[in-house]
Write a protein that binds this ligand. Structure first.
Ligand code: NI
Length: 178
């Protein structure tokens, strides 16, 4: 689907120091990201940068391709959830379904309902290199699925219920964008 950005939202798509997140139609958002092969100082620096950018943008999650790095890692911080980095995440179990509104820092201003699994178990490495299994339900499960999609070049507009897709000033939204 081709997204035509309305005139009044175009300023949100200009990359700047204040808005460093990569926006559509940058091809990095459509690439399959590569596995992270080793945790280096560079990885840690990247995670810190992503946490900072996510916070500043009022996001609940951010995937590495959204800062132009095609690697399989993302950060998330849904409400009541400690900011966490998940490296090489893999969904190993999925159950139930939920429908909820999503937006994306790479497609600012556009929102719509997406159907997701309600409960997932994600195997991933944390920033200390520990292999962990994250049991996520509801909102955190939604955020993780949205971010893992980013690592496969998939955006929420690929899965959205088109009847619910709409433009809205992101300033009126808080903490529901990833
Ligand atoms: Ni997103």
């Amino acid at each position: 689907m081709e997204i035509v950005v309305p005139e009044e939202f175009k300023h949100l798509y200009v990359k700047s120091v204040e808005r460093p997140v990569v926006k559509i139609p940058d091809p990095v958002l459509r690439k399959i990201a590569a596995e992270v092969t080793g945790l280096t100082k560079k990885t840690n620096f990247l995670i810190d940068e992503m946490m900072r950018i996510m916070r500043k943008a009022n996001g609940v999650g951010l995937a590495a391709p959204q800062v132009g790095i095609s690697q399989r890692l993302f950060v998330m911080a849904p409400l009541d959830f400690r900011p966490t980095a998940l490296i090489n995440p893999k969904i190993i179990k999925a159950e139930g379904e939920q429908i909820g509104q999503e937006g994306c820092l790479s497609i600012p201003g556009l929102y719509g309902d997406v159907k997701r699994y309600d409960y997932i178990e994600v195997e991933a490495m944390d920033r200390k290199g520990r292999e962990l299994i994250f049991e996520l339900e509801g909102m955190p499960a939604r955020v993780a699925q949205h971010e893992i999609d980013h690592l496969d070049g998939v955006l929420f507009i690929d899965k959205v219920n088109l009847a619910t897709l709409h433009w809205e000033d992101p300033e009126l939204h808080s903490r529901d964008e990833d």
